[in-house]
Design a protein around this ligand. Structure first.
Ligand SMILES: [Zn+2]
Length: 247
């Protein structure tokens, strides 16, 4: 047994007994881990409010590296990200980002690049005037870092150029497909050439250089639908916070 320390975001919590809880943490150093926070639901404890999403903590954990459940030895707040909890739109976007990280990571697999992505994404939520575009860029970076990026540059099946306008996106084939490779009966999405061009630009340029694309535009809607259909197809289920995002 040993002590481990790391910065960590809270992903989820579960009640345990009268006053304890199990906290699912996304740590910078060790990846996703589960830990028991003793007496953390007791309102007399100063740390009672620490264990919630959108909170950046520094934790000292007790246990062995790969064991299923650790114990939280001590906890401090690094950044409370209060602005996200006080603004409804920022909060729901932050919870969506947190859930995406949760479903795309496995326990005990260190992913410091995803930790950095979540930290940056949550910080940028407070600064951007276009939260929907920030979410799309977050999804793209997450897919890139996790190795699940769809093929947007040529046919996902035969690697030929896709010249049709509109083009067809196939989540089961993992990207856009040419007219010869479109299979009947499978779920597909029709996307404008304009949407594809914008997406390619987003993948090859820095976000700052992207042209302004209003969230209500048809191109943004297709952009969003394409990433959403791809993510749910990879995961095999809907994200809990996705409906909340569109209230
Ligand atoms: Zn093809």
């Amino acid at each position: 047994m040993a002590l481990y320390r790391s910065d960590a975001f809270v992903l989820r919590t579960y009640k345990l007994g009268e006053s304890d809880q199990i906290v699912v943490l996304f740590t910078e150093t060790y990846g996703k881990v589960r830990a028991v926070a003793r007496h953390s639901r007791s309102t007399r404890r100063q740390t009672a409010s620490y264990y919630q999403p959108l909170m950046l903590l520094h934790v000292i954990l007790f246990g062995r590296p790969a064991q299923p459940l650790h114990r939280i030895n001590s906890v401090d707040i690094v950044q409370s990200l209060r602005h996200l909890r006080e603004d409804f739109e920022a909060m729901r976007c932050g919870l969506y980002m947190t859930e995406l990280i949760d479903v795309m990571t496995r326990e005990h697999e260190p992913a410091p690049e995803l930790f950095a992505l979540l930290r940056l994404g949550l910080e940028q939520l407070a600064q951007t005037a276009d939260v929907r575009m920030l979410l799309r860029l977050f999804e793209l970076r997450l897919l890139m870092e996790s190795g699940y990026m769809p093929q947007f540059f040529c046919c996902a099946r035969c690697a030929q150029d896709v010249v049709s306008d509109p083009a067809t996106f196939s989540p089961s084939l993992g990207g856009i497909v040419c007219s010869a490779c479109v299979t009947q009966g499978r779920q597909t999405l029709t996307v404008r050439r304009e949407t594809l061009d914008f997406l390619r630009q987003a993948l090859t340029n820095e976000a700052e250089t992207l042209p302004v694309l209003p969230g209500a535009s048809a191109v943004h809607q297709e952009f969003e639908q394409m990433l959403h259909i791809h993510l749910t197809s990879r995961l095999g289920h809907e994200l809990r916070s996705y409906a909340f995002l569109h209230l």
